[in-house]
Design a protein around this ligand. Structure first.
Ligand code: ADP
Ligand code: MG
Length: 265
């Protein structure tokens, strides 16, 4: 069952430009959290030609969805994720995040939006090496104006949710790859974002560990209604999602059901 309630970090319906899903919505589907229209991206290379990467992507993702993005290497998946994450801007086209047109925002406003709405998980975990698991997780709370104790308490709760409460004081190099990714997921969750963007989060993990990590994402989606957009090369990983979007040459070549979807117990 998908949760229809808006996430607490989302604007209440009526504020911003949130409107009912133009697709009519499936059972329990929420309002559109992401809408991109005619999105184009080209990289300008100093002194050289521009490299066109995205060629007019249109996509709507509702709050509460779990979407897998697949496609050949170089097809623009990471470029698209960086734009969704407000880490990069499109060359042209519109991007509405939680009803807000991202195009008009300055860097401070983008950072505030990221902080409120988005948790990131990357292939390489991206943890600070000299900092404990607990303090890695607490890091995004630096901007929340909380005391150190309050930050650590919240970080500890998130480590518990990813099954790592006994490793709070470990350094990243004392943890396995799967454990490091659990720390990264806890860090992504610590601001209670309604959206998690994960770019090949299991790319460095063996298949057993990958399934465990996907179990965590599936549970967060199912139990907390967190919207998840996850890039993967592996069909076995994509099966945890409810929807598959396939990129080819910077365009959406397929958008639909995932074959062999994994139903979680
Ligand atoms: P994917 O994640 O699907 O493998 P990317 O979005 O990373 O694809 O890359 C798409 C294309 O854009 C590739 O040809 C890549 O070389 C190019 N590209 C990606 N990032 C940059 C950049 N910062 N500057 C120039 N070209 C880039
Ligand atoms: Mg990529």
């Amino acid at each position: 069952m998908r949760r229809a309630d808006p996430h607490p970090n989302l604007l209440p319906a009526g504020e911003g430009a949130s409107v009912p899903s133009p697709q009519g919505g499936g059972v329990g589907r929420g309002l559109p959290l992401i809408r991109v229209e005619k999105l184009y991206k080209q990289y300008e290379i100093a002194g050289g030609q521009a490299t066109p990467v995205l060629h007019g992507v249109d996509l709507t993702i509702a709050a509460g969805e779990f979407v897998a993005i697949m496609g050949p290497s170089g097809s623009g998946k990471s470029t698209f994720m960086n734009i969704l994450g407000c880490l990069d801007t499109p060359t042209s086209g519109n991007y509405f995040l939680d009803g807000k047109n991202v195009a008009g925002l300055d860097n401070d406003a983008l950072a505030a939006l990221r902080n409120r709405l988005i948790g990131f998980v990357f292939q390489g975990f991206n943890l600070l090496k000299r900092v404990t698991a607990l303090d890695n997780v607490a890091l995004p709370l630096l901007y929340a104006g909380l005391s150190k104790n309050a930050r650590r308490e919240q970080a500890g709760e998130k480590l518990k949710q990813t099954g790592l409460e006994n490793f709070a004081l470990s350094l990243p190099n004392q943890l396995s790859g799967g454990q490091q990714q659990r720390v990264a997921i806890a860090r992504a969750l610590v601001n209670h974002p309604p959206l998690i963007l994960a770019d090949e989060p299991t790319g460095n993990l063996d298949s057993q560990t990958s399934q465990e990590i996907m179990g965590i994402f599936a549970r967060l989606n199912r139990e907390q209604g967190i919207t998840i957009i996850l890039v993967t090369h592996e069909p076995d990983i994509a099966r945890y999602a409810g929807r598959l979007v396939r990129f080819v040459d910077g365009r959406v070549a397929h958008d639909g059901e995932v074959s062999g979807h994994v139903e979680q117990k």
